[in-house]
Design a protein around this ligand. Structure first.
Ligand SMILES: [Fe+2]
Length: 260
């Protein structure tokens, strides 16, 4: 515990390590691989009292669709996938392209899929007023964008690399740099949300959200690959990240209410 009674990193890291060791010991004893997040994950302190404890409530999707919003190709403008051109000036930071394919469990492209992103600016600050940590707001960066996948399931965003940012899980807690992703299926009842990370981030072993996915291979699927072929000379770095919606290689998606 830190001086204020709030846990410190050493405490959190110890808890992360022991849950991880327990999972790996289970695998050796023949337990199944767990590709999903552990919902009751004490190192992620604010989730302890709010994680789901009951099965999802099933609704009739057709009934919901009668009253829910709808979108089509015409509603999403091509420029909405470029987060660097939403204001009169250019945002500060490292310009990047993030692209990849949305696939189903059989490797088939998921076409015409609404993909939305939101992220902190290069200094690690969200435009959101709940984010009050002392890093500068960038007047030229809002940090939200959206696009529709093409016939091969491709999506593509131009943005700036987000910074790491502090949060109040424990003393000196910092989130690894990440971009939040939301995908809708064909209907609003099929929304899934996840986070994309950047390779080689030194904060990975310290972060309780990242580590609440206990399977190392499932965790690694949240990390984009640096791709030099996507990098444009004198312009931007390129990252590739495929999103697999179902099956053994599926990307992990978080439950509603995770907002860090
Ligand atoms: Fe975030």
């Amino acid at each position: 515990m830190g001086v204020s009674g709030i846990s410190d990193q050493e405490q959190i890291s110890g808890e992360i390590a022991s849950i991880q060791a327990e999972y790996e010991a289970g695998l050796e004893d023949g337990a199944a691989v767990n590709n999903r997040t552990v919902l009751d994950y004490p190192p992620y302190r604010s989730s302890v009292l709010r994680h789901p404890t009951k099965d999802l409530h099933h609704t009739d999707p057709e009934t919901i669709e009668l009253v829910s919003p709808a979108f089509g190709h015409r509603d999403v403008d091509g420029v909405e996938s470029d987060l660097t051109i939403q204001h009169s000036g250019e945002p500060l930071g490292e310009r990047i392209v993030v692209t990849g394919r949305v696939l189903d469990g059989d490797d088939r492209p998921v076409r015409n899929q609404l993909v939305e992103v939101w992220q902190a600016n290069a200094a690690g600050r969200y435009i959101h007023k709940r984010d009050q940590h002392p890093a500068p707001i960038d007047p030229n960066f809002t940090g939200t964008g959206r696009t529709i996948t093409d016939d091969d399931g491709n999506y593509r965003f131009v943005t700036i690399k987000p910074g790491a940012y502090p949060w109040r899980n424990h003393t000196n807690a910092w989130r690894p740099a990440h971009i939040h992703f939301s995908l809708f299926g064909n209907a609003f009842t099929q929304r899934i949300i996840t986070q994309m990370y950047f390779p080689g981030d030194p904060l990975f072993p310290l972060d309780p959200i990242y580590n609440s996915i206990v399977d190392p291979a499932a965790r690694a699927r949240l990390v984009a690959n640096y791709d030099h072929a996507l990098t444009s000379p004198e312009w931007s770095l390129g990252y590739r990240w495929d999103i697999v919606l179902t099956g053994q290689q599926s990307t992990w998606f978080e439950s509603e209410g995770v907002d860090a």
